[in-house]
Design a protein around this ligand. Sequence first.
Ligand code: ADP
Length: 364
Amino acid sequence: PSWARRGQPETPTPVAVAGGRQVKRTPGNAKGVPAKVDSWRTPKEKARVPTSIPEPPRYDGPDQELAAALQRDMLDASLGVTWNDIAGLSEAKTLLKENVILPLMIPNFFQGIRRPVKGVLMFGPPGTGKTMLAKAVATECNTTFFNVSASTLASKYRGESERMVRCLFEMARAMAPTTIFIDEIDSLCSSRGAQGEHEASRRVKTEILIQIDGIHSQEEGERKQVMVLAATNFPWDIDEALRRRLEKRIYIPLPGQPEREELLHINLKDVEVEPAVDFAELAKISEGYSGDDLTNVCRDAAMNGMRRLVAGKSPDEIKALRVEEVHSPVQMADFLQAFKRIKPSVSQNDMQRHEAYLKEFGSI
Ligand code: ADP
């Protein structure tokens, strides 16, 4: 592309953002590829990596402004999510490892009949960890991570969305290995909203299809390692053309009882909890709660101690409280009250629709 030259830039960037970390460009790590990724390469591949320090890709073509906006809005440098931060979802993690991480680690193996899938769709109720999984994938393979909200593409960049998509994929190829995460992908197929909006979304969607096909139509040796991951809470809104590109469709369900217990522990890892708090019991009574709902419950329960403490006190009395008093441990009663206040956000009806979709189109 005209704007993605590897020439001598006027404004060189000394580091590249990869997997949310800034990676120093060092010899043997010439493409800004972190050491971890570099160690996955075969000796033959390593030999191909130049030992001098080339300049990072620069974007200075007609779409430079757009590329800058993209970098500002979508290049996500705040990752740091690891598999261990995510409760349960072991099947989803395995599928992501096989379909996304391994092809990035050992691209030579994923050729011919073993070519990588064109794209991966994670579907399930909201707040179940889809975004966290995408971030963990990016952390795990140290790839540059573009976090794209499809609804923002269609609204904020209205009129420019197709160019934006083209620019995004060109940047992703120039900065490969890259993961593009498209959240709320259903919004590109939705027939809701005004007629004009619908038409704009349709054009963006067509551009995404063209770009996904573009990655995979390249010669195998030439193919850039760009992985497309998408997420939706409404998989039934996704039309056939897009569904066909998102070849692996991974169900991200509500947490079961053991996962809920794990989620409670993860959420409360930095607050003091009274020994009498029965985590197994809390996990039992929270059936139907999503991971996000449980985070809200824990936050509310953790606030309860403070509510108790400040009730009936004047501002001066509150200011005079000692730190030990403010940090009173969370009690079982705090959780029970929080469960009364915060109800599950996912309806039975939605769960049934997801399970029906899983049966018809899901991957296992
Ligand atoms: P989704 O993308 O599926 O709507 P997110 O990944 O954004 O959901 O999760 C929202 C929040 O819910 C997270 O920030 C986290 O606090 C919590 N959460 C949801 N699922 C999990 C999980 N499996 N493990 C740990 N935290 C989770």
